[in-house]
Design a protein around this ligand. Sequence first.
Ligand code: FAD
Length: 486
Amino acid sequence: MTAQKQPTSPAPVLVLFRDDFRLTDNPALHAACASGQPVVCAYVHDPATYKQGVIGWWLAQARAALHDALTEKGGHLLQIGGDAVDIVPALVKHLGIKSVFWNRRYDPVGKAQDTTLKTTLESLHVDVQSLAVRLLHEPWTIRTGAGQPYRVFTAWWRAAQNMGEPGRCLPAPQTIEFHNYSDNLEKLLKAQAIPPARLPDGATAAEQDWPCSEEDAQEFLHDFVENNLAHYADERNRPDKDTTSRLSPYLRAGLLSARQVWHAVRAAPQKTVSAENAQTFLAELGWRDFAWMQLFYEPDLATRNLRPEFDHLPWHHAPDLLEAWKMGRTGYPLVDAGMRQLYTTGWMHNRVRMVVASFLTKHLLTDWREGERWFHDRLVDADPAQNAMNWQWCAGTGIDASPWFRIFNPVGQSEKFDPSGAYIRTWVPELRLLPDKLIHTPWKADAALCRQIGFTPGKSYPAPLVDLKQARAIALESWKNLPDRK
Ligand code: FAD
């Protein structure tokens, strides 16, 4: 009699999660489940890609939410600390994994890691599937007629629209067949401990402002499309109205994909949402892709002036001015309101981001990289491409940037975009009793009014840090003197 052959259990497959902490529209998870093999869901907390600050806290929240969602489906998210290039092959060998799935990354460190990892895994006869979902279009697919990357957003956006609609969204898997293992993998793989992610000092409202789960992200999206998309074009520059989507943190952590947002906007009823509003919003989403395209081709986007003539700009090194800017104590109400909103909540309205960036780089003549670093530390949506590109845009040092000589007047911007001072009153409460007319220029309040409302200029609220006219003249002069200015 021949011995009966024991059925061999199917080899598991691995899904690596990296800033795509969701079940819906997740091609890597979808393909792993479709393989019919048992699935291991893992996240490697790698010191090379680890981020601190509010974003570190936010990404930890997003991982925890994904872990909960996987637990509801009967599994969990394996979280291991260490170098992904070592940990993943070791994990694969230990569990006998035959296929690995991930969604593609485009940042320089992530790209390099994935290239090495792919080579190593393939040498172990493991199949690797790298899938596209992070952006609406792959960065290299939209090129000029001469085959070069675009340098101007409007031309890029026209070309992007000619690419047609982004792919359809994938549903969340109804069930996931998880691979069971009882080993203590952290111990076996000599994993490093994952440090607890804490909110930095002062970010007191971040937790309450940013509920963190895939359902919360969907709720923000639904609420925006339902209530605010219809007046996006008119109101998107108004911090007092606060009606933009606030989807940036959810896109950053991948609790939502860009194409989920795209299709939700396209599906909005035309009766209530005009084409102008939908198009204006989709173009903003386009800027996200445009930023990632820039980072793809310019890996040092966060550290190098893309216009080299700015290497000669005589930046001021004034730590006290920088500190006053960071803490919202410049004496310019809109700037201070924005910086305090950022410090407390981890987010700032886009119009105000532009105003505070212009003020730092031009009126304070401080290197944009200082601002980029501070934003990266404090933003809940801190993104290596969007942050760096926008700082270079505001400073005039980037491609398709606002020219250096376009210097936002923080008072004019305040009067135009926060006319009644509602935004300022929220974030700079010491100014709340000033009449609307004076809230943008508190130093103009006369003595009688100051006595009446108990306001002492320079004491209740700082005197202006610099004279706008003088600072603007110095900024323009510094720029005019640049050698090779274009
Ligand atoms: P909405 O107006 O609702 O826009 C929808 C989405 O489009 C946003 O969530 C975002 O993904 C994208 N988007 C909108 N404006 C831009 C833009 N100018 N550039 C690129 N993408 C855009 N955005 C980040 O997500 N992370 C950052 O680190 C970041 N840093 C910035 C730094 C500076 C100096 C400036 C001026 C802007 C920065 N932005 C950044 C862009 C923009 O301010 C935010 O995306 C936006 O304020 C987020 O709010 P929202 O989701 O309500 O935007």
